[in-house]
Design a binder for this molecule. Structure first.
Ligand SMILES: Nc1nc2c(ncn2[C@@H]2O[C@H](COP(=O)(O)OP(=O)(O)O)[C@@H](O)[C@H]2O)c(=O)[nH]1
Ligand SMILES: [Mg+2]
Length: 324
């Protein structure tokens, strides 16, 4: 049976970074397939991951737990038929709940060995009231504290307490038996951005979930939480300081920005990865599309046009579709 792990966690907590590092460290001798569902219009994570692995399936625009369940399932079937992986890692979008994905994988005969929820120890207090974030914690059996370099020991203890409370309240149960789906769960630290090998050894058993699929009611939470994205294009010859200025003046409700931008005096396009006020940059080998920024956040429909108005090097592009 093919094994799988689901990596969940809110927008920008560090899922992709952790997945890349962990797979490199512990699974280089296995046939690994990676599925990313990016809540962003273009495949930025897909691009980064493809530089590391050849078998990356990317499902974008929307969320695999709601609108894209069918696309997700047919994608999994395709990747199994084409590549015959031993192990599949599914990174859900930060706005997805893991449980419907769990059910999809089980329905396809793929064994889910663990649902890993990555937590941003530094920023959890700014997203823990989000209902999707709560269901991500409740729907996991392995909770991993990430970005621990940004917090003190005592702050970490507070985060753990919060997590236990949320987990107790939102732990998923079998609707027929009332029993918890996960027999137990663990809270672990990431070790320099990497998950320890033992987390993947199937020691944290997941209960039998037969009968649950048809009863599970899943609200379309991306609408409920009003997490949306807006895509903005850039003139190619942007100065680095312009980019910096945009990122420094973002309103609080825009908590995630991703993009690929060509900057003057930098030979390669750079990937921008912004979450909760922190930003990282990485050079990309190959990218042939226009420079782009994706803003993700809550109720951002007025904020992004305001940014476009303020910075004259940003513009919205009218979408066109080819007839061929
Ligand atoms: N300081 C710090 N930053 C991190 C860590 N892990 C990830 N990040 C940064 O957090 C941002 C979001 O990471 P990413 O993996 O794209 O998050 P995802 O949206 O959950 O997949 C990036 O700028 C990363 O460089 C960490 O352990 N410590
Ligand atoms: Mg990601």
């Amino acid at each position: 049976m093919i094994q799988s792990f689901i990596i969940t966690g809110f927008l920008g907590v560090g899922k992709t970074t952790m997945l890349v590092n962990t797979v490199k460290k512990h699974f280089s001798d296995k046939k690994v397939a990676i599925v990313v569902n990016e809540f962003g219009d273009i495949g930025i994570d897909g691009n980064i991951l493809s530089n590391v692995y050849s078998e990356v399936l990317e499902i974008s625009e929307g969320c695999i737990c709601c609108q894209l369940a069918e696309e997700f399932e047919s994608g999994i079937i395709e990747i199994i038929n084409k590549y015959d992986p031993e192990i599949i890692f599914v990174e859900t979008s930060g706005a997805s709940e893991p449980f419907p994905i769990f059910l999809s994988l089980q329905n396809l005969g793929v064994s889910v060995e663990g649902v890993i929820c990555v937590v941003d120890s530094k920023n959890i207090s700014s997203y823990k009231e989000n209902s999707t974030a709560k269901y991500q914690i409740g729907g996991s059996n392995i909770i991993v504290l990430n970005k621990i370099d940004l917090v003190t020991e005592s702050e970490l203890e507070v985060v753990k307490k919060d997590l236990i409370e949320i987990k107790e309240e939102f732990d998923i149960k079998n609707t027929l038996t009332g029993k918890k789906v996960f027999n137990s769960y663990v809270i672990k630290h990431a070790e320099q951005g990497i998950l320890s090998k033992e987390l993947f050894e199937g020691i944290y058993k997941i209960d039998e979930i037969v009968g649950l699929a048809k009863d599970y009611k899943h609200e379309d939470h991306t609408i409920k939480d009003s997490i949306t994205q807006r895509v903005v294009y850039l003139k190619d010859d942007i100065e680095f300081k312009n980019l910096d200025e945009v990122l420094k003046t973002l309103p609080k409700n825009i908590y995630r920005v991703k993009g690929v931008v060509r900057v003057k005096d930098v030979p390669k396009p750079i990937v921008i990865n912004y979450s909760f006020g922190n930003v990282s940059f990485e050079e990309l080998e190959e990218y042939f599309e226009p420079s782009i920024l994706i803003f993700i956040g809550e109720s951002i429909n007025n904020d992004v046009p305001q940014l476009v108005e303020k910075f004259n090097f940003l513009y919205f592009r009218i979408k066109w579709t080819s007839k061929t």
